[in-house]
Write a protein that binds this ligand. Structure first.
Ligand code: NZQ
Ligand code: ZN
Length: 396
């Protein structure tokens, strides 16, 4: 391991079928007024809302509801959430949902006490500033209902601005933005539509790949990544066959958390270009995050494979179990990506940005919204971005 690093992660995880039993005790540690953040209503249909309200009541909280957080939460909704937080002077934010609700809650947490006239999008996303040290950040906790982003145990928050067609993630370095706790009950994910479950599974795979495809040193983080990917492949197949397979859903939930809580990036540089491409697709089409990644991942990896050939060959053997005998390094590397493609098709990933609503006339706008990252094996240029988008568009 060649890189220097600090590892810090203060989020308390409460995992399992009885995890909700701890929610009241966790809430009692914080102030009286709680902003209850949730999405478009799935939690009312599957009964999670009633359980959360019971825990809030048992903890004696005053609840301020903030519903309607959309997938890919917008800057406009963030402004509304910050206003709700300010007007009710909330002491705590409880996110009940997936990455969208948790990311949004973190963004509201740092925006409640912004000086008047400052716009949260401008400050934290366009300019990527940190909250001022002497400004109060509202503590956040979560009850996770959709698995994939890892937002429950990380400092990231992604906001989409429909006015300027940009989707930007901010990984806060301020320790106060980490969620204080996350309640993880795998059974809460049973009601997810299959499309969302698969999107989450690919999001997890992509997070690991973004941290795995970099560097040439022998690094413990890469061995951890390979283990997580192997577990994900086994469990994703089981969950697709039977969405109520507790063992599979619990493994997927746990893998998602470890895939993006900063552990497997320690001592490495990170790539994140698939996410930059996926965010640009999302900014233009409002596609489901994991599916936007799936549609661009293979064209991207096939383009950069020659620059990181040894790692792609290792990926083929250690993750996909490809037999190396009789193959050149290049054939082995290609076989690994072919195995990944077979798995993606088998579980039901979207393979083309065309399926997400993009067409030839959107490609320039997507390329304009794409940031170029420098931590992987190759830094893209605009022409290569267009090549990837065209390959995705042409995919069947
Ligand atoms: O809004 P409701 O009605 O709750 O429905 C949601 C939503 O439509 C539904 N859902 C969630 N739990 C459910 C359920 N439906 C039935 N049963 C349940 N138990 O699922 C839909 C998607 O939810 P969402 O929260 O949008 O999904 P996800 O967790 O994938 O979050 C996506 C957002 O997170 C960002 C993405 O860019 C996107 O904006 N990301 C955040 C990251 C981070 N914080 O580190 C990293 C990721 O790479 C990602 O960029
Ligand atoms: Zn992601």
């Amino acid at each position: 391991m060649l890189g220097d690093f600090t590892y810090y992660n203060p989020t308390k995880l409460i995992f399992g079928k009885d995890a909700m039993a701890s929610l009241t005790a966790e809430l009692e540690k914080y102030g009286k007024t709680v902003q209850l953040v949730y999405g478009g209503g799935s939690i009312k249909r599957n009964g999670i809302y009633d359980q959360v309200i019971a825990a809030l009541e048992a903890a004696g909280k005053t609840v301020v509801e903030d519903a309607g957080v959309m997938p890919n939460p917008t800057a406009q909704k963030l402004r509304e959430g910050a206003r709700i937080a300010r007007e009710n002077d909330v002491d705590f934010i409880l996110a009940v949902g997936g990455g969208s609700c948790i990311d949004y809650s973190k963004a509201v947490a740092v925006s409640k006490n912004l000086p008047e006239g400052e716009d949260p999008w401008d400050v934290y996303y366009a300019r990527s500033e940190e909250p001022l040290p002497d400004m109060d950040v509202v503590p956040v906790g979560s009850v996770l209902t959709m698995v994939g982003t890892g937002s429950e145990m990380n400092c990231g928050s992604v906001i989409t601005n429909r006015e300027c067609g940009m989707k930007i993630g901010h990984v806060y370095s301020d320790d106060r933005v980490w969620p204080r706790f996350a309640v993880l009950n795998p059974e809460f994910t049973y009601s997810l539509p299959r499309y969302q479950m698969v999107a989450g599974i690919f999001d997890i795979m992509s997070h690991i790949c973004e941290q795995y495809f970099s560097g040439t040193d022998d690094n413990t983080s890469d061995y951890l990544s390979e283990g997580l990917m192997r577990s994900l492949i086994v469990s994703s197949r089981a969950a697709v066959a039977n969405p109520e397979d507790y063992e599979a859903r619990s493994n997927i939930m746990w893998t998602a958390t470890w895939a993006l809580n900063s552990l497997v990036a320690r001592g490495k540089t990170e790539d994140w270009e698939v996410h930059m491409l996926g965010h640009a697709v999302g900014a233009v089409t409002d596609a489901t995050h994991g599916m936007a990644l799936a549609a661009v991942a293979l064209p991207y990896y096939r383009l950069i494979m020659p620059y990181g050939l040894e790692k792609f060959a290792r990926f083929a053997v250690n993750v996909w179990g490809v037999d190396a005998s009789g193959k050149t390094t290049e054939e082995l590397a290609s076989a690994g990506l072919a195995a990944m493609e077979t798995w993606m098709r088998e579980i039901g990933c979207v393979m083309s940005i065309g399926e997400l609503g993009a067409n030839e006339s959107n490609l320039d706008a997507i390329a304009d919204a794409t940031f170029f990252m420098e931590g992987g094996y190759h830094v893209l240029n605009r022409e290569e971005v267009m090549e990837i988008l065209r390959a995705s568009l042409a995919a069947k």
